[in-house]
Design a protein around this ligand. Structure first.
Ligand SMILES: [Zn+2]
Length: 159
């Protein structure tokens, strides 16, 4: 889709491998989803580049969930109105390729909300329990939202 993000990773489902072919077929046959995936990849490129400058090394953005077709979204318990349904969101974390370790998601999220990129996203949150950051592309309405998602489902601005 872009230099560092492929269609395959943005339509993958590591936890539901049996759904991947169905999910990809649903994406390929929907122009709205394909546009959404391109926008998501472009947003991830911005984040990747900014993170590299901030952390002074090239980091890998590992996507755990991008587009989710109706069936896959139901399987993972996603909201019916989730931007994932349109390919407009990704869950991800950063990996430092020098040691293969995840960069502390709290550190990454704390940087991200102050990075100046908030106008580029609609919603962005850190899932404290599952250690990923969700980001959805800007929609032109109520963009720039962010919060920490606690294990009990509460949305808070600090942890
Ligand atoms: Zn998400």
């Amino acid at each position: 889709m872009t230099e560092h993000f492929t269609f395959d990773e943005l339509t993958d489902s590591p936890h539901h491998p049996g759904m991947v072919a169905i999910n990809r077929q649903a994406a390929l046959t929907d122009m709205v989803v394909m546009d959404g995936l391109r926008e998501t990849a472009e947003l991830l490129e911005l984040i990747r580049a900014a993170a590299g400058r901030y952390f002074h090394r090239e980091l890998v953005v590992r996507v755990t969930s991008g587009f989710r077709c109706h069936q896959l979204n139901a399987l993972v318990g996603g909201s019916a109105t989730s931007q994932h349904r349109l390919g407009q969101a990704a869950d991800w974390y950063l990996i430092d390729p020098t040691d293969g370790n995840m960069v502390d998601p709290k550190l990454v999220f704390g940087w991200l909300v102050l990075s100046g990129l908030s106008r580029r996203w609609h919603q962005c949150y850190l899932d404290i329990r599952r250690h990923f950051i969700h980001v959805g592309v800007a929609t032109g309405r109520e963009d720039g939202q962010w919060w920490y998602l606690l294990p009990n489902g509460a949305r808070v601005k600090e942890v």
